[in-house]
Design a protein around this ligand. Sequence first.
Ligand code: F6R
Length: 248
Amino acid sequence: IKTNIYDNSDEASFYVANEIAELIRQRQRQGKHAVLGLATGSTPTKVYEFLVKFHQEEGLSFKNVITFNLDEYYPMEPDSIHSYVRFMNEHLFDHIDIKKENVHIPDGTLEKEDVRDFCDAYEKKIEDAGGIDIQVLGIGRTGHIGFNEPGSSLTSKTRLVRLDRVTRLDAASDFFGLENVPVKAITMGVGTIMAAKRIILMAWGEGKSEVIHQAVEGKIRESVPATFLQNHGNCNFIVDHAAASDLV
Ligand code: F6R
């Protein structure tokens, strides 16, 4: 995996935001859509800040952009402070000119018996949009991408999953206690992610250094789902010095 190491997450995020903006402009010139796969969490927030800035200060338009978010907790109400719908609105969508109908986020409010159909339809919508041009990823300490926890297969698709205990522990402070962290989530699969034409995985800080080492230099295996990215032909890891500190 091509790994770019930056001095800090600001510089790295600026680089990623520019690549996304360049794709959007190129597609605008061609009269086409740009399809983005988006992540939540602390890692991509600066990328979204830069994209908002490009919109507000440089007139970058998102009218031709279609987005698919990786995941959402299940169950989850969209107006909850913990929902990824709310996260995306606050960090990005409320501040740009994207069309509401072009935004897709897994629905945490579904009845259990409707989840399977929703997930199949999510896959179909990605396909109908022409596939994901750039997929933005963070990485969890378990090696998860999206919420594909250890044991997720290479061919997995959008589905309901059970969250790993480590993932729930990492989210516990945000939820004011482990007992409040949802046990499940709806996530794109490893196969969904691998089908993206380009993948950019970002990681900041020492807390991610061990899993970055495993993902980049470890054996490809289901117990660290991010290792599957080693077989993607167009995947870049964008990390800061701290996250790169365990790389050989
Ligand atoms: C979020 C997602 C997760 C996070 C990962 C890292 O949509 O899919 O895989 O990217 O858990 O989270 P942060 O960035 O908060 O360290």
